[in-house]
Design a protein around this ligand. Structure first.
Ligand code: HEM
Length: 396
């Protein structure tokens, strides 16, 4: 057996898909670096993992996000780290507050934000599309959803960075631990203030509805409310930024698609679905086995870290003919990029809405997007996207 594939090696980060294809062909359940996690790369096996939460537990997410040195870990009370029955109770409580009503209320506002951000972009100059457009849009949406002040937006990138890097802090790096603890306290303080304001003066917004939500007479506790708001902040931001960035990249690589979608905006939703399949922002979802089990002929011990590789499953030839081809006419929607089973992404409709409206705003002003520099990739096992995206926009 050769050395373990390192999922974070620069050449794998730059283009992981040939490596995933090789794993699907030769070793669909095998240990990879870093961390010796078991990568599960075939579509059917990924579904098996995600639909069996009692065997493949979200305790994996808890261990990655709630280290012992972070006394009051931000996600300890959020649904994404829980299995049934706790997960079901939390999800039922937030479901209504996060339903279609929220989207209907937000849609005109999101469109306005997308158009005003697009209007600030200048054609004929090199810009980092992430800084100028792809980041500000989801940041504004999540800020509005959470009822936070616009002046806090500049803090969000640090909050996201710190709250998602808890698992990669070296054991002796006390300074980094303190930085993260400071960020958690700061984010909690601002979100607690929102909760207090909405308690005193409820409105027609998601936070007020979360506070009022009851299932069999039971409400969310304060710790659960804060955990949920913090999770939304993280779950809804980087992923959507990456989806906008992947969309722009694929449109640059496929100018004929850009032309077609520009001529017929009703194709934007199917464009978004194919971007999600070809370049999903979430590459892997962590789970931990609760007992010894067999998957595709491989025995996994109890307590094994398992990574369900969504980005590989989306290109599994047995489910997607000519899987590496970017083809917006494939039948959709592509739901697997948002997970599967009980933890299926609660924000999928919102993410789709934001990216559709974002792309519509860009397409209505610009006739082409031209790459103007190399792309560097972020450094995370679970989420993949460019750090910066230098481009030139062509007026049209
Ligand atoms: C393109 C953007 C997005 C992608 C690709 C994405 C992907 C995912 C995936 C794969 C999961 C499953 C995690 C697991 O099984 O452990 C998930 C869960 C979740 N996502 Fe998203 N997400 C996106 C945007 C959003 C947005 C905008 C929000 C909300 C503002 C959101 C909120 C959530 C929540 C609350 C969960 C946890 C659900 C549960 O545990 O029951 N996501 N997401």
């Amino acid at each position: 057996m050769g050395p373990r594939l390192n999922l974070l090696a620069p050449e794998v980060r730059a283009n992981p898909y040939p490596y995933y294809a090789e794993l699907r062909r030769t070793s669909p359940v095998c240990q990879v670096a870093p961390g010796d996690v078991w990568a599960v790369t075939r579509y059917d096996d990924v579904i098996t993992v995600l639909k069996n939460p009692l065997l493949y537990s979200s305790e994996g997410m808890r261990r990655a996000t709630c280290p012992a040195w972070l006394e009051d870990a931000p996600f300890a009370h959020s649904m994404v780290v829980h299995d049934p029955p706790v997960h079901g109770r939390l999800r039922a409580l937030v479901n209504r507050a996060f339903g279609p009503m929220v989207l209907n209320r937000l849609e005109p506002w999101v469109r306005e934000q997308a158009e005003s951000l697009a209007a600030r972009l200048t054609a004929g100059q090199t810009v980092d599309l992430i800084e100028a457009f792809n980041r500000p849009l989801p940041v504004r949406v999540i800020r509005e959803l959470l009822g936070l002040e616009p002046s806090l937006e500049p803090l969000f990138p640090r909050w996201a960075d710190d709250l998602t890097s808890t698992s990669s802090v070296a054991p002796g790096d006390l300074a980094r631990m303190e930085e993260i603890r400071f960020t958690v306290r700061e984010a909690r303080r601002h979100l607690s203030a929102v909760l207090e304001r909405r308690r005193l003066c409820p409105g027609q917004d998601m936070v007020s509805e979360l506070i009022a939500a009851r299932v069999e007479g039971e409400a969310l506790t304060d710790a659960e409310l804060l955990g949920f708001l913090l999770m939304l902040l993280i779950a809804g931001m980087e992923t959507t930024i990456h989806l906008l960035s992947h969309s722009a990249r694929l449109l640059m690589e496929h100018p004929e698609v850009l032309k077609r979608v520009r001529a017929d905006r009703s194709l934007v939703p199917q464009l978004v679905e194919e971007v999600l399949r070809c370049e999903p922002p979430v590459h892997g979802i962590l789970r931990v086995t609760t007992s010894e089990t067999e998957l595709s002929g491989v025995w996994l011990p109890a307590g094994a870290w398992v990574m369900a590789m969504l980005a590989s499953a989306n290109r599994d030839e047995s489910h997607f003919p000519d899987a590496d081809r970017f083809d917006i006419d494939r039948p959709g929607p592509q739901n697997l990029p948002f997970g599967f089973g009980i933890h299926f992404c609660l924000g999928a409709p919102l993410a789709r809405l934001e990216v559709r409206l974002g792309l519509e705003a860009l397409l209505s002003r610009f006739s082409a997007i031209v790459p103007r520099g190399p792309v560097t990739w972020n450094h995370s096992l679970s989420v993949r996207g460019p750090r910066s995206l230098p481009v030139e926009l062509v007026a049209g």
